[in-house]
Design a protein. Structure first.
Length: 253
């Protein structure tokens, strides 16, 4: 039989949980209002979420087998005369990914006492670590083109399960040591990655960090971390610099 104190603690728990849910709802409501206003100031459009984006892109960081994927804080508009889309993508990590993340954190911070001594982490830290966040930026192309993914050699980019996607190496040994290429059309890759383009990529630190992917009627890139609207134009400028170096004939049928 329940004692009066049991009911008291039950009531306290209900109040605490209700307050937490309400606080989270208010926080998200304010964030959406700020993002909407900031996008409108720039002449862009904001959507709180668009789940179809989780299946719109191939390769890393997208996880085609994850049911926990979310695409949110979606910004669309025009920048430098091209349509673009930018958004936050996240998914819930499985146990193997969480274990690898803990190992990386321990290597970076070996004197972190909770991990070294086996202590318990705060609940808020645990919840935060369950999700992996990325911000994604895509710019429209003049025409639909084949698939080409350029990433830093040795960087895990996930498995591309589409038929016909294969690795490619170019004539430059230095370039092949620096970048990993995946494509379904070798000629398109050779046309895009001409000698001057390869030279620029070998000397540009952003390409080495970000990479890029041609897919359908877009070129896109991503970085790990939460989406910040104020960073959008920096990433769009980066993609525009890549497009400026593409020969004009690659857009013709």
């Amino acid at each position: 039989m329940s004692s009066p104190m049991d009911w008291v603690w039950f009531g306290v728990a209900v109040i605490v949980i209700g307050a937490a849910v309400y606080w989270d709802w208010q926080r998200r409501k304010k964030l959406i209002a700020r993002m909407t206003a900031a996008a409108r100031q720039r002449g862009w459009t904001y959507e709180a979420k668009r789940q179809s984006l989780c299946r719109a892109y191939r390769g890393a960081p997208f996880k085609s087998s994850h049911n926990s994927e979310k695409a949110e804080h979606v910004i669309t508009g025009t920048y430098r005369d091209r349509q673009f889309i930018a958004f936050q993508y996240r998914y819930k990590m499985d146990e193997d990914e969480r274990r690898r993340q803990r190992e990386r954190e321990h290597r970076r911070h070996p004197l972190n006492l909770p991990s070294v001594l086996g202590g318990r982490r705060r609940e808020s830290d645990h919840k935060h670590s369950e999700w992996r966040y990325y911000h994604v930026y895509a710019v429209s192309l003049p025409a639909t083109r084949p698939f080409l993914e350029v990433s830093k050699e040795g960087l895990f980019r996930g498995v591309l399960d589409a038929v016909g996607i294969r690795d490619l190496q170019l004539e430059s040994e230095e370039f092949n040591k620096t970048y990993k290429l995946k494509t379904d059309n070798n000629k398109f890759a050779y046309d895009i990655l001409h000698p001057r383009m390869m030279e620029w990529m070998l000397n540009d630190g952003r390409v080495k960090k970000f990479g890029f992917t041609y897919q359908g009627n877009e070129i896109w890139t991503y970085r790990q971390g939460r989406f910040k609207l104020e960073d959008t134009t920096d990433y769009l400028d980066y993609l525009h610099r890549i497009l400026e170096r593409a020969p004009s004939f690659v857009w013709k049928d």
